[in-house]
Ligand binder design. Structure first.
Ligand code: ATP
Ligand code: MG
Length: 427
């Protein structure tokens, strides 16, 4: 590479054609499964006012403290590349009055697109990554969590991802969450001298975050603390028990896991996460929960809400490991053109072929080079079937084909014969 070439920014990556098939596959399957659950798509801009995320995600969180791609634009406004989808969807839902229309209107939305977080790039962690997310508005009972979990499982199953484990927990209501924060704060406060600066800071700002710490010291210190489940208020506990019972009844496996607390401020009651062991330490593939107060705090009415977000790059990583896409491979047929006068004739043939065979891809090779060079290229694209158009073909109103069934020797065919032959071979 030359010395002064421009490279991509750290943590941002290109998705090359070899990898695109996995993304396409994910898009295809996620849209199919969303449709099966009657969930509609909503697209929001990738840039929002910074305030939207500061207000919703919470000042004490990693995303707002450290990871926001926020800057002042040329008009002097503080704007931000979105770090997640939920707050934007809520903003849009309020702005377009999608959940209120003379009474409560219920909505189910999905979104898919790039998110941006300024964190340390590593395997499974990028500064630009994609999330596929689902959000339900207007549903307050635990059947909506149940349905979302079933939707997530169904999507993973349709993607052939079978070894994901569902971890679940309940944060309780606002007061439950606060009093549990106090329990953690008081308990770990006794061992402050063994905490590092970052842990002390987290303890002061967002103590629940320490529950999902991977640090052994913290894990050990937390061994004797009661779990969230043990401290829930009666209403939140019975709500959660009902959900767990439904999951049991439907034989949906889960692990009750006190380390699932979600980093963001807006969650209450049910929180959940799917993990996949093949991914090493960045093993969370999908996470979500209930957020009944967010719509109100962004300026809307009281609308109960629940949702999840799936990390698409981590899903792609699993798809690559298993390499088990249930898609038919593309058939690409090269069209070689060696005619000297009427170059457009080859393109007319190509156009007609594309119209006739909409599932087959055609590749016009470079007609400025020799037949030998075009043939060499064509064999690399498809060594079983090649179409050739020469001056003689144009004069005699026919085409030349090479097929593996004929040991790739030249055969002259009419247009009609070509269509019949290809229909027989590929359809
Ligand atoms: P983590 O604990 O891995 O940092 P998180 O709690 O920050 O995850 P969420 O905000 O819940 O993640 O996002 C949902 C999903 O998006 C995650 O489970 C993960 O699969 C994916 N994700 C989050 N951050 C990144 C990133 N920087 N790069 C790639 N995927 C990500
Ligand atoms: Mg994170």
């Amino acid at each position: 590479m030359k010395k002064n070439t421009i490279k991509s920014i750290k943590g941002f990556k290109d998705i090359l054609p070899d990898e695109i098939k996995y993304y396409r596959y994910f898009e295809l399957i996620s849209q199919k499964v969303s449709k099966q659950f009657s969930i509609e798509e909503l697209r929001t801009p990738i840039i929002e006012k910074s305030e939207l995320f500061n207000r919703s995600i919470g000042e004490g969180t990693d995303i707002v403290n450290k990871e926001m791609y926020d800057f002042i634009d040329k008009s002097g406004d503080s704007i931000c590349l979105r770090p997640e989808g939920t707050a934007s969807i809520v903003r849009s839902v309020i702005e377009h009055a999608l959940v209120y229309d003379r009474g409560l209107k219920k909505q189910k939305y999905w979104y898919h697109g790039p998110m941006f977080r300024h964190e340390k790039p590593q395997k499974g962690r990028y500064r630009q990554f994609s999330q596929f997310g689902v959000e339900y508005y207007g549903f307050s009972d635990s059947n909506s969590e149940l349905e979302l979990i079933m939707m997530g499982n169904s999507l993973l199953h349709s993607l052939n991802i079978e070894q994901a484990t569902l971890h679940i927990n309940s944060l309780g209501n606002k007061d439950d969450k606060k009093s549990y924060e106090k329990i953690i704060f008081n308990h770990l406060g006794k061992y402050k001298s063994s905490l590092d600066e970052y842990q002390k800071d987290t303890l002061a700002k967002n103590p629940l975050r320490l529950l999902d710490s991977k640090n052994d010291n913290i894990k050990e210190l937390l061994l004797n603390v009661p779990t969230l489940y043990e401290t829930l208020s009666d209403a939140s506990k019975s709500r959660f028990d009902i959900l767990l019972k439904k999951l049991d009844d439907l034989e949906i496996h889960y692990l009750l896991d006190n380390s699932i607390v979600r980093g963001l401020d807006y969650y209450n009651d049910t929180v959940f996460e799917w993990r996949h062991q093949s991914l090493g330490s960045q093993n969370a593939i999908c996470a979500g929960g209930r957020y009944d107060e967010l719509v109100n705090s962004i300026g809307g009415d009281d609308v109960p809400a629940v949702g999840f977000a799936m990390g698409v790059e981590r899903i792609i990583e699993i798809l690559k490991l298993t390499d088990n896409l249930k898609i038919e491979p593309n058939i690409v047929i090269p069209i070689i053109n060696t005619s000297s006068e009427e170059k457009s004739y080859a393109h007319l043939i190509s156009k007609n072929l594309r119209q006739h065979f909409d599932k087959i891809n055609f590749y016009n090779t470079d007609s400025s080079v020799s037949l030998t060079s075009q043939l060499k290229h064509a064999m690399r694209i498809n060594d079983k079937f090649i179409i050739i158009i020469t001056d003689a073909n144009i004069k005699n109103n026919n085409l030349t084909i090479k097929s593996n069934e004929d040991r790739m020797s030249d055969t002259i065919v009419s247009w009609k014969e070509l269509i019949a032959y290809m229909s027989n071979k590929y359809e």
